[in-house]
Design a protein around this ligand. Structure first.
Ligand code: FRU
Length: 496
């Protein structure tokens, strides 16, 4: 709880001070024009968001709720914001669904999930009180999918209640089940399992999984689901130390692959691995689309980082919803939802072209709301690396660089926006170059970049803060030539 507690104290003492500090430290230079509000990602028009909550398809709509502070204060009291959509790209923003009002949720409505209970959109969430030290699971039900009636506390934890949050519920074998993030008395992260016949009376079923000391002090936002007969446990642990190229962000989100069925222990076959390797990815939640696809959405941000958009009245956004699957090796594969294909218009097509060592390919139009799909034919290339940049000029320092290091077999993403206090840092992921082709499917929205490598075997997601001039996209080989095919698309979605 240290972290959350620390955050709250600061908030309670000095909300105004924080706002002032953020404004002063990272104001946008008067000479610059910036376009940062996304066109095809979910983000609040006003206020703060963090975790995706209550993702569900219900009565003809995709619903996304989100951790929300209407005052745009990162650590301010949490509500559940609400949006719905027919395609998960164009969102209609609805009134706040849940606000603190009861003794048990008076300090905030923390994360949770949604189910269809007897035809009604039903939420299970963590109500927090006692300066965040009491965390209890509570239920709210809606008849119209917009207004919710609170039903009060349904699950409590004996003893220390300060690390007990983020219920994710599902129905299986005639019962309701829920996993909840928690902490052992030895201060290790764990996930607890409960079951119920009616969604109101719950029985503790034990620890589904727990850390052994190397996986942090708290597991937030558990998600548990089946793909290809395997049970995937997703957690967002706090307290992991950086380990080489791994765990470079403040907190991580990753997954285990194993086997479970009701009344049996969860046996893990493949240990914790990060889902995304960019700077900003946290608190994933998944749900089933009506056609059976498992869709995962995450917060495309990280706690305690710079939210440069804060000065324009909103902060935080979600990732593109991703269709997730397991490949034959038990690795999670993430692809942007196919709905996006219907929203794009091609504007550049380059086929099977050599860029020689002293050349550079630059897209004519600035990149604001785009997909750039690039394929490198490595059998017909001699370079040691390939550099892709989104900058005002490729030679300038400020901006984003993707660097394919062929000798190291790694893709690096470096970003640098010193004006807003964003230092030069990189993240990276191993890439398989034994294949003859390397494909990068790059989605840029106004202040985000998401790179899907080789059809989603690896993904890197980061927030970026280019001004309107820093949006030239270039590709250049390093030490040799490269064979490239590229299609770039404009993505046309207007969030309401
Ligand atoms: C994860 C988290 C959750 C909590 C929520 C509070 O980002 O810390 O554990 O429910 O955010 O906003």
């Amino acid at each position: 709880m240290e972290c959350l507690l620390q955050k709250t104290k600061i908030t309670m003492l000095s909300n105004c001070l924080i706002l002032l500090m953020v404004g002063q430290a990272f104001s946008i230079p008067k000479t610059e024009e910036v376009t940062w509000y996304p066109t095809y990602h979910l983000a609040p028009h006003k206020g703060w968001i963090n975790d995706p909550n209550g993702l569900i398809y219900h009565n003809g709509y995709y619903h996304a709720f989100f951790q929300h502070n209407p005052e745009n204060i990162p650590e301010g009291t949490k509500h559940w914001g609400h949006a719905r959509s027919h395609d998960m790209l164009n969102w209609e923003y609805l009134p706040i669904a849940l606000s603190p009002s009861l003794e048990d949720d008076i300090d905030g409505i923390f994360s949770g999930s949604a189910v269809n209970l007897n035809g009604k959109l039903t939420l299970i969430y963590t109500g927090v009180s006692d300066n965040l030290n009491k965390q209890r699971q509570m239920v709210a039900i809606s008849s119209d999918g917009v207004n919710f009636e609170k039903k009060g506390v349904v699950i409590t934890k004996e003893g220390d209640e300060s690390y007990f949050r983020d219920p994710k519920a599902w129905f299986q074998n005639g019962s309701w089940w829920v996993v909840i993030g928690s902490q052992t008395t030895d201060k290790l992260g764990e996930v607890l399992l409960y079951s119920s016949k009616d969604f109101f009376n719950w029985t503790y079923q034990g620890v589904l999984a727990g850390g052994n000391g190397s996986l942090g002090y708290m597991w937030e936002c558990p998600d548990f689901f089946t793909i290809n007969g395997k049970q995937i446990l997703v957690i967002s642990p706090q307290g992991l130390e950086q380990d080489g190229f791994n765990y470079q962000n403040l907190y991580q989100t990753g997954y285990f692959v194993g086997n479970w069925q009701p009344e049996q222990n969860y046996t893990i076959e493949k240990g914790f691995r990060e889902i995304d390797h960019g700077h900003d990815f946290y608190a994933s939640q998944s749900f089933l689309a009506p056609d059976g696809r498992r869709i995962q959405i995450s917060w495309l941000d990280m706690w305690e980082s710079v939210f440069a958009e804060n000065v324009t009245g909103w902060s935080g956004m979600f990732t593109i919803p991703r269709e997730i699957s397991l490949n034959e090796f038990g690795d999670l594969v993430s692809k942007p939802i196919r709905e996006i294909i219907g929203k794009r218009t091609p504007n550049t097509d380059i086929f099977d072209t050599i860029i020689s060592s002293n050349q550079m390919l630059t897209l004519k139009n600035n990149v604001f709301s785009s997909e750039i799909l690039i394929e490198f034919n490595l059998l017909n290339s001699s370079c040691k690396a390939i550099q892709l940049s989104l900058k005002e000029e490729p030679t300038r320092d400020e901006g984003v660089v993707l660097y394919v290091d062929i000798e190291l077999s790694r893709l690096f993403m470096e970003r640098y926006y010193p004006k807003y206090g964003i230092d030069k840092t990189n993240r990276s992921v191993a890439i398989d170059l034994s294949l003859s082709k390397l494909s990068l499917d790059i989605f840029v929205d106004s202040s985000s970049i998401e790179v899907f490598v080789n059809d989603g075997i690896a993904v890197m997601s980061s927030r970026i803060y280019p001004n309107n001039n820093q949006r030239k996209f270039s590709v250049a080989p390093v030490d040799g030539f490269v064979n490239v095919s590229l299609t770039s698309y404009d993505i046309n979605v207007n969030n309401q």
